[in-house]
Design a binder for this molecule. Structure first.
Ligand SMILES: C[S@@+](CC[C@H](N)C(=O)[O-])C[C@H]1O[C@@H](n2cnc3c(N)ncnc32)[C@H](O)[C@@H]1O
Length: 290
């Protein structure tokens, strides 16, 4: 990258090869995201500009991002400060988990559990991080009132900023605290959570070292937080209310069993786009409904 004239296409090709040699699976995508960021444009525009030269100032900024991506394995979203989730642009920093594509399956399941777009739902998102799930649900269910909680004040601060940027903050209440503790005594029509579910000691990609431990780990089998969420779920739901939890594929069976043992009905697992079990959902029975 040191000599004088480089076109957009040449830079992308060089960077893709460099990232691939470093074992980065999404080499081309990452190169495009970083170069688009440096040029203040979007990925599509790069294709129109393939033959244009990239000036030295842009190349210098790009070089530094490429180094941090390849050598330090900083996630692209932390380098660009933004990640798209459910077609919503979200600000991202080191205080939050970078929203993952598989979490869109959690949103999908939640919407199926509450299919009426005009319903005045009360929704709880536990461990909201960047606000990804709460914001997607607020966008899709315009009459829903959402409480989004997190143990991390810094995460909540960013979630609040994201809600403001998307003009969704009026219907989302942010509350700091442990799991259901900030909303004790309240009941919801829908409870969702993408909690920490990684087992301590699991072999992990180096990118995860840049994300908050609090967002990732949950005891020896990764189930510590999910167990608590299921244990106290009954008290949080209205009769007939539903819940959906994201988890690791090998955790679906035990969470399904815990929900069934707790008296919940319609217990089922939904697979993500990669066909892996990803979301377990259930409903609190409603005796009134017969
Ligand atoms: C896996 S991240 C999910 C973030 C976001 N919902 C998403 O899907 O991108 C889990 C989140 O739960 C929060 N968290 C961890 N333990 C918690 C607890 N005991 N009570 C509340 N939030 C917790 C973390 O701070 C983190 O923001």
């Amino acid at each position: 990258m040191a000599n004088s004239t480089w076109t957009v296409l040449e830079l992308l090709r060089w960077t893709q090869a460099h990232f691939t040699s470093k074992g980065i699976e999404t080499a081309r995508l990452d190169a495009e995201c970083l170069l688009a960021h440096v040029r203040g444009t979007d990925r599509l525009r790069l294709y129109v500009d393939f033959d244009r030269p990239v000036d030295e100032a842009e190349r210098a900024r790009f070089r530094e991002l490429v180094r941090r991506r390849a050598t330090d394995r900083v996630p692209v979203a932390q380098l660009t400060g933004v990640r798209e989730f459910w077609s919503l642009p979200l600000a991202i920093n080191r205080d939050v988990l970078v929203p993952r594509p598989e979490t869109e399956t959690l949103v999908q399941v939640a919407l199926e559990l509450a299919p009426d777009p005009d319903a005045e739902l009360r929704v709880l998102d536990v461990g909201t991080g960047s606000g990804a799930v709460a914001l997607a649900l607020a966008r899709e269910r315009p009459k829903a009132r959402i409480t989004a909680t997190d143990l991390s004040p810094a995460a909540l601060e960013l979630a609040r900023r994201n809600a403001e940027a998307l003009s969704l903050c009026e219907r989302i209440h942010f509350a700091c605290g442990d799991l259901y503790e900030p909303v004790r005594g309240e009941r919801f029509d829908l409870v969702v959570s993408n909690p920490p579910y990684v087992a301590r000691g699991a072999a992990l990609p180096p990118e995860l070292a840049h994300e908050p431990e609090l967002a990732l780990f949950a005891g020896a089998d990764g189930l510590d937080v999910l167990r608590l969420l299921v244990q106290d779920l009954d008290a949080m739901l209205e009769p007939g209310g539903a819940a959906a939890f994201e988890l690791a594929p090998d955790q679906a069976g035990s969470v399904e069993r815990a929900l069934a043992a707790g008296g919940f009905v319609d217990v089922r697992t939904t697979r993500d786009l990669a066909r892996r079990p990803r979301v377990v959902s259930a409903r609190r029975p409603n005796p009134e409904a017969g």
